[in-house]
Design a binder for this molecule. Structure first.
Ligand SMILES: Cc1ncc(COP(=O)(O)O)c(C=O)c1O
Ligand code: FES
Length: 451
């Protein structure tokens, strides 16, 4: 077991994570502490920060950073099962980032000194890691602030560049599996771009990206995919899938928030109008100083994802099945939303008939969950995705998303199953609808009136 002395471990401990517990669930083959430890020692102690490169390198003690071990132990946090909203930063990612916050803080665009060069080298190394994960050339990777910005640059950038000749863009709001014939028919001579989510964030449905890409290429239309929920979790290859533009987010793959990437194909070349003007960084597509520590974090997250994808995916699949079987075997009238044969297993969206999703969420306050997507939980509207899928309003209202990830454990899943079963039973006991169903009344035969 790695000694708990690294800056990142102190930080994670400070934040209340159970570090030893996390370490146990890292891939034992690739998470060897050797490299991590080497990196820890390259961080200067606070009182030596001014000395430049020749100082003695020491690891700060917990006390020198102001942490008290005992107080941290008291922190009890809910079980985190909301991995589609965001993921925790992998401690290895944080370890890779820290030296670029403390010691190698140069501007990667500074050409006149070593600080700039070392930062630039790290940025380029990270660009290679991102590219390798998706089968791209590093020159095709543009760093952005996240998938939202990458989506904006893709869609608005193409639309503005081709505004005079090709005014039509095809996209879909919903998570239903796309009907490829209907899709091909919707393409017009003035269509410039097709934009589709690879994996939907609400119910985890995966799209037939390869087929969509083939159709787009044959019709010479650019294909953009928002792969924020897919990259690093399922295999994505931009060449095999004929993807021309792809959005990636750091914080969905155990990297930091505020960083993402946009893949932009060079052959055949995608033409875009930049949305932001300034210093012309990132091939003029995204002006602004590239944030070295965040970029290094994204790069490391991609490197780990490539190496551990199979391991992670098998674990997540097993946990997902354990959750579904555990709940379904003990509670009736549950619908799993989405197509289980074309879904990312780490996203389990269940509708619990006869109870309100929001009441269940509140009852399950020691589990961090979401009702459908972030947008829907803010508005409390039944999710448009579930509505579009044909779920009736009462079922759409009762849906909960369970997001499983790299650091989720069997014990957590068992606890969640136990709590969900207990609270669904309890809420149903209080539900007049449930009582009617128990009495054999067909709810559809009732005419509800509102005053
Ligand atoms: C499919 C999808 N696209 C885009 C985003 C936004 O990504 P970011 O926070 O990196 O802008 C999210 C997550 O919220 C997402 O799930
Ligand atoms: S459209 Fe943003 S989370 Fe649903």
């Amino acid at each position: 077991m790695t000694p708990l002395t690294s800056p990142s471990r102190l930080l994670t401990r400070h934040l209340g994570y159970n570090v030893t517990f996390r370490q146990r669930f890292l891939n034992p083959v690739t998470s060897l502490p050797k490299q991590t430890q080497r990196k820890f020692t390259s961080v200067t102690a606070p009182d030596q920060a001014a000395a430049v490169t020749t100082q003695t390198l020491v690891t700060p003690s917990p006390e020198s950073l102001g942490f008290e071990e005992t107080s941290v132990k008291k922190v009890r946090r809910p079980i985190y099962l909301d991995m589609q909203a965001t993921t925790p930063v992998d401690p290895r990612v944080l370890d890779a980032m820290l030296p670029y916050l403390t010691q190698h803080y140069g501007n990667p665009h500074s050409r006149t000194h070593a600080y700039g060069w070392e930062a630039e080298k790290a940025v380029e190394q990270a660009r290679t890691h991102v590219a390798e994960l998706i089968g791209a050339d590093p020159k095709e990777i543009v760093f952005t602030s996240g998938a939202t910005e990458s989506n904006n640059i893709s869609v608005k950038g193409v639309a503005r560049f081709y505004k005079s000749s090709k005014k039509h863009i095809i996209t879909t709001q919903i998570a239903r599996l796309i009907d490829l014939n209907a899709f091909a028919e919707s393409i017009r001579p003035d269509t410039s771009l097709v934009s589709i989510m690879t994996v939907n964030n609400e119910i985890g449905v995966t799209q037939p990206v390869e087929e969509i890409g083939r159709i787009c290429r044959s019709k010479k239309i650019f294909f953009h995919t928002d792969a924020a929920q897919a990259v690093g979790k399922i295999p994505v290859d931009v060449n095999k899938m004929n993807i021309d533009l792809m959005s990636i987010s750091g914080h969905k793959i155990y990297g930091p928030k505020g960083i993402g990437a946009l893949y932009v194909r060079r052959k055949p070349r995608v033409r875009l109008e930049a949305l932001q003007s300034g210093g012309g960084q990132e091939r003029g597509l995204r002006s602004g100083t590239v944030p070295t520590p965040l970029v290094v974090g994204l790069g490391e997250a991609c490197r780990i994802a490539k190496e551990e994808m199979q391991y992670d995916s098998e674990r997540v699949k097993k946990l997902s099945q354990r959750l579904i079987d555990g709940i379904m075997s003990k509670v009736q009238h549950i619908v799993r939303n989405g197509d289980p044969n074309a879904s990312y297993p780490g996203c389990v969206n269940l509708s619990f008939a006869y109870i309100e999703g929001e009441s269940l969420l509140m009852a399950l306050k020691d589990i961090a969950l979401s009702s459908g997507s972030a947008c829907t939980s803010a508005s409390l509207e039944p999710s448009y995705v579930l509505r579009a899928l044909g779920a009736e309003d009462d079922m759409a209202h009762s849906s909960i998303r369970f997001g499983i990830g790299r650091f989720t454990t069997e014990r957590e899943i068992d606890l969640v199953v136990d709590r969900v079963v207990r609270h669904v039973d309890k809420l149903r006991e209080m539900s007049p609808l449930w009582e009617m169903v128990q009495e054999g009344i067909d709810l559809k035969s009732i005419q509800w009136s509102q005053h």
